[in-house]
Design a protein around this ligand. Structure first.
Ligand code: V47
Length: 366
């Protein structure tokens, strides 16, 4: 083990990583507490290489946020509005369809649609939206509706989770994105999103999707009121569900952006580069049964996302095109990257760019 100093405070964990052993809750806490970022990065990089070799994935995708009207109004969110508030919007089905039609012929393989909990919307709006997206882009994977929206549809229509998911799947829904997970610990949810579904319910929705053969993503919103222990608990719970179902595709940490949110305080300016790299590296080490760890460049910037390729990351998300959730909260990144910018970032890091679809099938290499 010549890649880590034998006197490093992490050398016992490094030995377990080298042997491919599962890390414990206590190991996760120690990893977050270390300041030895390079040792942490080397361990995560070793696991990344074992799982994905030199491949770094990206996708040509398009985000659509159909409404920002939301009854939950989470404190970390600058995107949600009450109906009638300035800036509140709801896209018509024609407007959504027009955005999808605009994607035709541009090699877009995934449409990512998420929005607020708008109690004026009936199940039929969602079914028709998905049918129209399906018709407009028959080749694309529709990754839409977070667990929070699925739960909302089940409750408002008095349906089981399974029935809602089956109905949406018949309309053309393929996969669920990872949003709404935040931090599972009840203490944190009480402080930042008291009206949102519990962590247990989020996991229940994903388990229901997995049981139908739908693949889904997982996230964690970090850098607000959560403790290190609550972060590690979040990993352990995701890892447990993944052991049971194997249905998660990737994990995406989301760096909290405070601007325009109810958690904005003088002097608080969001996560630091150290926090972001640590989060990605610890995720790679703790989530040993996840194939992929994604750096969402929209949240941490393309430069740090590129550096994170040496800290356990093997996926840079995609071209995105139009992003509102982080930008309403002060993100200063562009809203889109081109395919050639993605490829350049990956090649400069000495890795092999692989364009993928949602399920990580290879579309093109190099
Ligand atoms: O659930 C909300 C987060 C999520 C803020 O599955 C914020 O591939 C930072 O889940 N600062 C929605 N984050 C976006 C999301 C996502 C993004 C990219 C890829 C995937 C995927 C999923 O955004 C919310 C919440 O956790 N969020 N407000 C904020 N102020």
């Amino acid at each position: 083990m010549d890649w880590i100093d034998q006197n490093s405070e992490l050398s016992d964990i490094a030995e377990r990583v080298e042997r491919g052993e599962r890390l414990s809750f206590e190991d996760g806490v120690r990893l977050f507490k270390t300041h030895d970022l390079l040792a942490l990065g080397r361990m995560a990089d070793q696991v990344r290489r074992r799982k994905n070799g030199d491949r770094v994935y990206y996708i040509i995708n398009r985000h659509i946020n159909h409404t920002n009207i939301c009854v939950n109004r989470c404190k970390f969110c600058a995107f949600g509005r009450h109906a009638g508030d300035p800036g509140a919007y709801l896209m018509t089905l024609d407007e959504i369809e027009a955005k999808a039609l605009d994607c035709r012929g541009r090699g877009i393989s995934e449409i990512h649609v998420v929005g607020g909990l708008n109690d004026n919307l009936q199940l039929n709006y969602y079914l028709e939206m998905i049918r129209r997206l399906r018709r407009a882009l028959p080749e694309a994977v529709i990754q839409s509706l977070t667990a929070v929206e699925i739960d909302f549809l089940a409750k408002t229509n008095n349906m089981s989770l399974r029935d809602v998911l089956v109905t949406l799947r018949e309309a053309g829904l393929d996969s669920l994105p990872g949003g709404g997970a935040e931090v599972f610990a009840p203490r944190v949810r009480e402080l930042i999103c008291p009206k949102k579904i519990s962590g247990e319910r989020w996991l229940e929705v994903h388990a229901a999707a997995h049981s139908l053969g739908m693949r889904t993503n997982a996230t964690m919103l970090y850098g607000h009121v959560e403790t290190i222990e609550e972060r590690v608990d979040h990993f352990v719970r995701l890892r447990e569900l993944q052991d049971r179902t194997g249905g998660f595709l990737t994990f995406i940490p989301l760096a909290f952006h405070p601007r325009n949110t109810m958690l904005e305080r003088p002097g608080i300016s969001g996560t630091t580069g150290f926090d972001d790299l640590k989060m990605l590296a610890v995720a790679r080490l703790m989530l040993d049964n996840f194939d992929h760890i994604k750096a969402f460049w929209i949240m941490i910037g393309p430069k740090l996302a590129q550096v994170s390729l040496s800290f356990g990351v093997d996926d840079l998300d995609g071209t995105v095109e139009e992003e509102k959730i982080a930008h309403d909260a002060g993100a200063e990144t562009d809203q889109r990257l081109t395919r050639s910018e993605m490829i350049r970032m990956i090649k400069v890091a000495g890795r092999l760019p692989v364009e993928r679809d949602t399920l990580y099938n290879v579309i093109r290499e190099g």
